[in-house]
Design a binder for this molecule. Structure first.
Ligand code: F6P
Length: 329
């Protein structure tokens, strides 16, 4: 697509794991398209919807009342069929048949790789980062992270009440398949005794045993251990604590409740701004772009460059966590 080609009809889809704020992003895409005089088609069930022609026409009214709703009104899926060339060609065929010349895909890295495949079939594509894990390399922020952290922190606060009453140790497993962003933000917010993340090799003696021991010597009688699922299970951590310290920890796996719930103000506004930037990029003739948040500003960057970027844990958050948790030592 040339840099001056303006799209006339776009499709919007959500793909991969859902994240609170996806609905707000869909709404933003639809409303901005309407404002810019571009037709909008909702594609249901991720890339599968494009392969199967599972679509719905969306206008400004059809996204009434969803900005505050968790989940995704378009459903989502992880499509194995779209990973094949045949699937991609069928998806492109649907686009051609329906006159869709651009697609906004809301999801994570896997979704963006799908975008690149579709772009090879001459469809303009823009990706919007949405993942509670906040692990999309090129963007400081991914839609859903704030809501997930708030959900997890609220749950841990409740756990703390009962752990404090019974003078117990709690081991809480939070989501984060390959990333510890949720774990460190929640750990900092709840004042965890220690936090285990996949980005840093765990030395059990140093990171768990010594931390709990130091907290006990400082007078604490309840302990909160937060572990990202990418490290190991909370059950494994609890068993080791039992073996090495003689405590009888209680295990809580927060699981999918972290993926649900009404998006926070931060997620709604991020989603709204990202949706706007995505449609603007397509309207201005740009393709193969990922919308990114960089230090509070929203921009779109080249998709291949974006996919090549790696993201590390927020250093200040991690260091602050170490300082507070290590303060007993
Ligand atoms: O990528 C987001 C995430 O919630 C991960 O933290 C988690 O490991 C995974 O998705 C679970 O995915 P699902 O249960 O949808 O397969």
């Amino acid at each position: 697509m040339s840099s001056t080609t303006k799209v006339k009809r776009i499709g919007v889809l959500t793909s991969g794991g859902d994240a609170p704020g996806m609905n707000a992003a869909i709404r933003a895409v639809v409303r901005c398209a309407d404002y810019m005089d571009i037709d909008c088609i909702g594609i249901r069930r991720g890339w599968n919807g494009l392969i199967n022609g599972d679509v719905v026409r969306l206008d400004a009214k059809s996204v009434n009342g969803i900005i505050n709703r968790g989940g995704t009104m378009l459903y989502t899926a992880r499509s194995t069929e779209f990973m094949t060339l045949e699937g991609q060609q069928r998806a492109a065929q649907t686009c051609k048949f329906l006159g869709i010349d651009g697609v906004v895909a809301i999801g994570g890295d896997g979704t963006f790789r799908g975008c690149l495949d579709l772009s090879k079939q001459n469809i303009a594509v823009v990706g919007i980062p949405a993942s509670i894990d906040n692990d999309i390399g090129c963007s400081h922020y991914s839609i859903g992270f704030d809501t997930a952290c708030n959900t997890a922190a609220e749950a841990v606060d409740k756990l703390r009440d009962t752990m404090q009453s019974h003078e117990r140790c709690s081991v809480v497993e939070v989501m984060g398949r390959h990333a510890g962003h949720i774990a460190i933000y929640v750990g900092l917010a709840v004042g965890a005794t220690t936090v285990l993340v996949p980005e840093h090799e765990v030395d059990f003696e140093r990171d768990v045993v010594e931390r709990i021991r130091a907290a006990r010597l400082a007078g604490r009688t309840h302990f909160m251990v937060v572990v990202a699922e990418g490290v190991c299970t909370a059950q494994e951590v609890a068993e080791r604590i039992k073996d090495e310290l003689g405590l009888d920890p209680r295990v809580t796996v927060l699981g999918h409740i972290q993926r649900g719930g009404n998006p926070t103000c931060r997620d709604r506004t991020a989603a709204s701004k990202m949706g706007y930037i995505a449609v603007k990029a397509l309207a201005e003739g740009r393709t193969n772009r990922i919308v990114c948040e960089r230090s509070g500003e929203y921009i779109d960057i080249d998709m291949e460059e974006g996919l090549a970027m790696k993201k590390s844990l927020n250093e200040t958050t991690y260091n602050a966590l170490q300082a507070f948790a290590g303060a007993y030592a």
